[in-house]
Design a protein around this ligand. Sequence first.
Ligand code: BTN
Length: 251
Amino acid sequence: QNILKTSLIGNDVRYYSELESTNSTAREIAPSASEGTVVLAETQKNGRGRMGTEWQSVPGGLWLSLILKPSIPLENLSKVTLVAGIAVANTLRNMGVDAHIKWPNDVLVKGKKICGILTEVSAEIGKVDYVVLGIGINVNVKLPDLKDDIRRDSTSIANEIGKPIDRTSFLASLLYELEQQYIRFKTRQFAEIVDEWINLSDTIGRNVKVTTPIKLIEGKAVGITEKGALVVLDKNNKKHEIIAGNCRYSD
Ligand code: BTN
């Protein structure tokens, strides 16, 4: 039975009971796969998080990667990431879970992580070939199954609403939201997306410590640029535009 309400995303769904990482498999098949292909696994043996971290992928979660082929310059990649965060947060809010986005794209409920997004790209001469959008959502994950240090800062949908949910209909809603947001990304002004992201985010206005591959920036998060970068004002009122990094709240 096809319960998908989408016309692009999820036209081709590759389902596996176990993979090393859905992102790795998606990257392998991406050159020949059509846009919107979804790679899904019940568990991952080597789930990958941002900045080289491990992503614990136990049964009950939704571990998936989406192959997109937008014709955008590489510098616009972080916009796609923001769009994905909006789609996940909206899907959760539609079911009554009070989700917020922490820059760049962690989705949190009451300050605890419920979803992580890992965007990987293949690009030539600055133009995107394909994007693999890896999304990990702790849908029916049982928190005791998580390692101590991960469990402390994590939650799951089942934990928030008090019972497990139907993962297939959740997936259908998520793919629908992703498609709506992706269409909007391709057809509308990015400023519209920035506005929605700011409404869904709990990062703007907070004091943050952002680690980038080259430095640590401390200050107040004040906005998002047209390119999708986070704007941080440091104590000397110097403005930093950060395109990629890891953010911690310091208040
Ligand atoms: C993070 O918050 O660090 C990002 C986590 C991303 C996890 C997902 S699960 C599906 C996909 N496959 C992976 O190996 N990682 C992403």
